[in-house]
Write a protein that binds this ligand. Structure first.
Ligand code: F6R
Length: 362
């Protein structure tokens, strides 16, 4: 049931504020300065967190790596499951492992889990399907409470995964004595603002729809971001590829001059994710290198960022949000750009060619 929406993907994007709010209720209840995660999870003596997933779930892990480092001082090793399972990762009993999967049935992720399980202290998973194989085979499974996701392109599962990973990073910060009680309370309060900010981001849909008309003509699109916005750029490129069939690539903005800048010409749209944070100026200077070569830039930023960036061909204003939760809010334009570009091209948004919702073979 699409609940009046044209596609499941549209319905699932629209559900995000409600999903985030409800899921927060499960993990923090009415007690506003606590997180209710199972006591069995204890990051205090972990010396490393290994995170493994595929596709969009992997990009959620990539965002979470910045959080675990910044808010918990915990070293993170990150890999895609199809690589991780066939290398010889160095594992130890003071390591914790975390697997993220919407379906909980992705063959490579499950195989990676089975591979590490005997060699690490604890196996955690973040899943949407609590009865799934990955959930059953973990020591502790944390459901994201997103409800069924039918559209092949993952949307609400991504933002709901990020929210649970953010809670885990804060818990790790407390467990390890890395984050002060005051900082913990402040970050948790920021997470509670998500439903409102995500709703505001969804309100930019008409504008994104108009901008996507030009994108639908492109043969290739480049996405750029730095820090937590780099995985967002990757997610934007993946969404665009899978549902619009336009070739898209994402680069960390600082890598631009190490090769991809050779691609820039008047035909290449370049989408830049750059909230006004500590890395803003760096990203903007990369963006200016693109503009100096007549690249068609779409800058996604907040009021302050857009004001400072000056004259940019296409601009999309996001709400001004705390750094911690920005990657979750900026997921929305990544999704909407792909959705509307695909609609302009007339592709099958919910059932893109060659793709299955759950990849149970390797
Ligand atoms: C992209 C997408 C895929 C999945 C990937 C992992 O929109 O949906 O990249 O994220 O196949 O699937 P799960 O999360 O079920 O393990």
């Amino acid at each position: 049931d699409k609940a009046g929406h044209r596609h499941f993907m549209a319905k699932e994007m629209a559900e995000q504020p409600a999903v985030l709010k409800a899921a927060m209720g499960f993990y923090s209840g009415l007690d506003h300065d606590r997180i209710d995660l199972p006591d069995a999870i204890d990051f205090a003596s972990a010396d490393r967190l290994i995170m493994v997933a595929c596709g969009t779930a992997f990009y959620a892990c990539q965002v979470a790596k910045y959080w675990f480092e910044k808010y918990a001082g915990l070293a993170v090793e990150l890999d895609i499951a199809s690589e991780f399972r066939y290398r010889d990762p160095v594992l130890g009993l003071s390591n914790m492992a975390l697997f993220v999967s919407q379906s909980g049935e992705t063959a490579d992720t499950l195989a990676a889990l089975r591979h590490v399980r005997p060699h690490v202290a604890q196996v955690l998973s973040v899943v949407n399907v609590p009865t799934s194989s990955i959930a059953r085979e973990s020591d502790v499974a944390l459901p994201i409470h997103a409800g069924p996701e039918i559209g092949v392109a993952s949307t609400k599962a991504f933002t709901a995964q990020l929210q649970v990973l953010a809670l885990l990073a804060l818990k790790a910060g407390l467990d390890r004595g890395f984050l002060s009680g005051e900082d913990f309370d402040a970050r948790l309060a920021e997470l509670r603002l998500l439903p409102g900010f995500v709703a505001q981001a969804l309100d930019r849909e008409e504008e994104i729809k108009r901008m996507s008309e030009a994108l639908a003509q492109a043969r290739d699109v480049l996405f750029l971001g730095r820090g937590v916005m780099f995985p967002l750029a990757l997610e934007g490129a993946l969404k665009l590829k899978e549902i619009s069939y336009i070739h898209a690539e994402a680069y960390a903005a600082g890598e631009l001059k190490h090769g991809p800048i050779a691609l820039i010409d008047t035909d290449l749209p370049v989408i830049v994710f750059a909230p006004h944070d500590a890395l803003f100026e760096k990203t903007v200077s990369n963006m200016q290198e693109v503009m100096a070569r007549q690249g068609k830039v779409l800058l996604i930023s907040d009021a302050k960022g857009l004001a400072e960036a000056g004259d940019v061909p296409f601009r999309l204003q996001m709400p001004t949000v705390p750094d911690f939760i920005a990657p979750i809010v900026y997921a929305v334009p990544a999704q909407l750009i792909a959705y509307h570009t695909a609609l302009h091209r007339g592709t099958d948004v919910d059932q893109p060619r060659n793709l299955a919702k759950s990849v149970t073979v390797e």
